[in-house]
Design a protein around this ligand. Structure first.
Ligand code: T3D
Length: 261
């Protein structure tokens, strides 16, 4: 059975992590299949939004720990290899994809699973879902961008508390703390997020890609640098077909028909 399910509908590529019996913990095949799906999303013009979710009761429990031989006498494990070849490229692919990436957190998101959710552009969680920076509980450091995203999203004090104690943060608190965009009732999760994904898939894709670029650059930029970046990105946006269509539709008091170009 595939570790990742992929389906395309109305411009939305839905990727479902599919190892429900292990709360969708990562194994090498899952990384490979996810990488292929993200490459496809980048290359196919017909894909205008991405939706990431998990099968079963969990979103993703991070690295599958049963893959790591920690028996007495076993060779030491160099985890930088795993991060360098799998987790870091995954986070970069999600962030750099010039199309909106939505994440439906359907259940517990732990370890790298939590931080991969945070690397997505819009995160909606089911009310029963939770976020766990479980790394410290096994002697590790938050990875997959955790030490970048957390302090920027929730502030230094909360980031440190989450990282050191590794406790569960409820979806409601995650929303209240600004870690995610919205909580919805469990039964509404896929309905709501599919509606949002469809809306984005009908939008000005090129403009969305530029918005991502601007907001992702912001934390590392001075105001001057950010103003310059906005100027440059706005030039690109203004040259798009969708900008012309957006303005024309506004003036003609009709719904724009964006093509994503
Ligand atoms: O190694 C590297 O490549 C370095 C990179 C690391 C990145 C990381 O992600 S490190 C962090 C790894 N993840 C964790 O430490 C989380 C471990 N899991 C948990 O703490 C808990 O399972 C949860 C808080 C996520 C959920 O708890 P709960 O009580 O809802 O479920 P459960 O009963 O613990 O888990 C259900 C099953 O999934 C269970 O299997 P079983 O007993 O029914 O056969 C459990 O063992 C399995 N499972 C859950 N998480 C993992 C896992 N199996 C392997 N690896 C897991 N990460």
């Amino acid at each position: 059975m595939s570790a990742v399910l992929v389906s395309l509908d109305a411009g939305v590529l839905t990727i479902t992590l599919n190892r429900p019996e292990k709360l969708n913990a990562f194994v090498p095949d899952m990384h490979l299949e996810l990488r292929a799906a993200l490459e496809r999303a980048k290359d196919e013009a017909g894909i205008r939004a991405l939706l990431l979710t998990g099968a079963g009761r969990g979103f993703c429990a991070g690295q599958d720990l049963s893959e790591r031989n920690v028996a007495p006498g076993a060779a030491p494990i160099d985890l930088s290899v795993s991060l360098g070849s799998n987790y870091n490229p995954l986070v970069r692919r999600l962030r750099e994809l010039p199309k909106p990436v939505l994440c439906a957190v359907n259940g517990v998101a732990a370890g790298a699973g939590a931080n991969i959710a945070l690397a997505c552009d819009v995160v909606i969680a089911a009310r029963s879902a939770s976020f766990v920076q479980s790394f410290a509980r096994i002697g590790l450091v938050p990875d997959s961008g955790g030490t970048y995203f957390l302090p920027r999203m929730v502030g230094a004090a909360r980031a440190m508390g989450l990282a050191l104690f590794g406790g569960k943060l409820s979806a409601e608190d995650a929303e209240r703390w600004g870690l995610i965009w919205r909580v919805v009732e469990d039964a509404q999760l896929m309905l709501e997020i599919n509606k949002m994904a469809k809306e984005l898939a009908e939008g000005p894709t090129k403009g969305y890609g530029l918005i991502k670029k601007a907001l992702h650059a912001s934390p590392g930029n001075s105001l001057d640098a950010q103003l310059d970046l906005e100027r440059d990105l706005q030039r690109d946006a203004g040259l798009s077909e969708d900008y012309r269509e957006g303005v024309a539709a506004f003036m003609q008091k009709r719904k724009p028909a964006f093509k994503g170009k």
